[in-house]
Ligand binder design. Structure first.
Ligand code: TNX
Length: 558
């Protein structure tokens, strides 16, 4: 109805409406009615008065994750040097998103794009409008509508998150060179389309292990930016393990100063001050992403045990550990001091954590008996809740007597995931055989591990979280997370190589409708992202399975 009224402004659709009315009058003469309709449509579509440039232009399929609905409209919008961004309403948070978009567009275009409140009258041709609007609440917390016409780009959502997610879609429909850091020739043309979009799962995460090898604040920020490009909204930071403790805890300072002083292979390690960590939290928040801090316990605790003798069952601190074995360490769960320690750590991290979750690890505590382990997890759950947070743990915690809202991260044991589902606990799906970013792509991959098998780009993409474990169904699943363990990963280039291209697939599994996903189509779309990663100057694995869109022979042409 609305569409017809809008369309009524143009002469051809006015005739169309008259014809329809006539056809109603002549309802009994059905064949004539159909003929008239056909003629009207044919005339309406001919557009003799429009210039030849209005021939419909094909819109390449380039958006990852695949949107829920994407309707190309066959024209070209050109971003020119007069372009500005208009925001409505004029609030600081929306202005910041506008400035984030300016920062993405300015280096390659060289244009001085401004951010202004939306004027009362019509927007200038060539504008981008970011609008917060309650009309879009049906698209949920992160949904958005992005409309590109020949005249302007409008991005609307009922939430700031939605606007931010829509900006990632907008970035992807520009030519790949938009991601370059120096001025490029352009022209900055995009094919018009309307995208209506929202995610399948609320939790779309990646995990970075900064314990096995330490990564600096600037490196983590770069990872956050890459994740944000694919609408990932959780970054789980594995902050402690046998080889390193990476966050300063003021009430137990040796954890970082001693326990953080090395890493796998014996390198210098490092740790974040609380100011560093707060900076990361804020940076992630500016990308509408939540940091999930993990302190792994009661196992994977050698760095803590080496820093404080009293946390050991025998009261003797072991040496620091720089190897890669797992499962040999455990806190002294029968000593009260261990709970004082945990309470202090959780209190300090809770005060730095705006998000509601704290991850307590809980995996591979081979040194403890089952009852000891279960009792420990229950006490830790109480501590986490006493600081106003919700506990997440690896799938082993499902065996302890924990209840919702505590959340289970499935990685290896189907039985634990099934137990969690039976108990009504929410589950994050990170199956090691599919979602572990530290698994090698194949025999030739120079980095990574193979204990869960090879995970090539296709394996990483072709699974459904709701079909992975029988008895664990969609309603139990909070979302998907891809962990990157860093025993063999030492540099940012290494991280990028293991992350890309697989990360794009995990993002799509978490966001896009399952019924719309298919490998044959996806691999071509993924190929169009190679030039984007080149333009961003990020490293990635040039898998032979992907038709990379580099040169004229490329399947996707801009
Ligand atoms: C298993 S996943 C681990 C990690 C290792 C990883 C290596 C999990 C809960 N534990 O400690 O780093 O495998 O792939």
């Amino acid at each position: 109805m609305k569409k017809l009224q809008k369309g009524g402004k143009s002469p051809s659709s006015r005739y169309f409406r008259i014809l329809i009315e006539c056809a109603h009058e002549l309802g009994r003469l059905r064949p004539l009615w159909l003929l008239l309709l056909f003629l009207a449509a044919a005339c309406g579509g001919r557009s003799d008065d429009l210039p030849p440039s209005d021939e419909p232009v094909a819109a390449p399929d380039v958006i990852i994750p695949l949107p829920v609905a994407d309707t190309p409209t066959g024209q070209i919008f050109t971003l020119t040097e007069d372009a500005n961004i208009y925001i409505s309403p004029e609030i600081q948070a929306l202005r910041e998103i506008g400035e984030y978009l300016v920062d993405r567009l300015r280096p390659a275009t060289g244009y001085e794009i401004g951010v202004f409140p939306r004027p009362e009258d019509d927007l200038p041709i060539g504008s981008i409008c970011l609008a917060l609007n309650d009309e879009y609440t049906s698209l949920g917390e992160e949904g958005y509508e992005l409309t590109l016409t020949r005249e302007q780009i409008t991005l609307s959502s009922s939430t700031l998150e939605g606007v931010f997610r829509g900006i990632q879609t907008l970035r992807q429909v520009f030519p790949p060179s938009i991601e370059e850091s120096t001025v490029q020739p352009g022209p900055w043309e995009v094919v018009t389309r309307t995208v209506r979009d929202f995610p399948r799962f609320e939790w779309r995460g990646a995990m970075l292990d900064v314990a096995r090898h330490f990564f600096r604040v600037e490196e983590v920020k770069r990872v956050i930016d890459l994740l944000a490009y694919y609408k990932i909204n959780r970054l789980h930071m594995h902050l402690t393990d046998d080889q390193g403790w990476r966050l300063m805890i003021h009430s137990w300072p040796n954890l970082a100063s001693h326990g953080g002083s090395t890493e796998v292979g014996g390198g210098p390690g490092g740790y974040y001050s609380q100011a560093d960590y707060t900076e990361l939290v804020a940076y992630a928040e500016s990308r509408y992403m939540t940091l999930i801090p993990e302190f792994d316990m009661p196992g994977h605790t050698n760095a803590a045990l080496a820093s404080y003798a009293e946390l050991n069952e025998d009261g003797i601190a072991p040496p620091l550990y720089t190897g890669t074995a797992v499962g040999f360490s455990a806190l002294a769960v029968n000593k009260e001091i261990s709970y004082v320690f945990v309470d202090d750590v959780i209190r300090e991290i809770a005060s730095l954590t705006p998000g509601s979750y704290i991850h307590i690890g809980g995996d591979e505590a081979f040194g403890l008996s089952d009852p000891e382990y279960r009792e420990f997890i229950v006490r830790i759950d109480e501590i986490v809740q006493s600081h106003g947070k919700q506990m997440i743990g690896w799938d082993e915690i499902a065996e302890a007597d924990v209840t919702s809202p505590s959340t289970v991260q499935y990685w290896l044991h189907a039985a634990h995931a099934q137990t969690a589902a039976r108990k009504g606990l929410k589950i994050i799906m990170s199956p090691a055989t599919r979602a572990y970013l530290d698994m090698k792509y194949n025999w030739c991959t120079p980095l990574g591990q193979i204990w869960a098998g090879f995970t090539n780009v296709e394996d990483a993409y072709t699974w459904d979280p709701a079909k992975q474990v029988s008895g664990v169904e969609e309603h139990s699943i909070l979302g998907v997370e891809a962990p990157l363990w860093t025993e063999t990963i030492q540099t940012l280039e290494d991280i990028e190589f293991m992350l890309l291209p697989r990360l794009a697939g995990y993002a799509e599994i978490g966001w896009s409708p399952e019924s719309e996903r298919g490998w044959d189509e996806y691999r071509i779309r993924l190929g169009s992202h190679g030039p984007r990663w080149d333009a961003m100057n990020v490293n990635y694995y040039r898998s032979q399975r992907i038709p990379w869109a580099f040169e004229e022979s490329a399947p996707v042409v801009f």
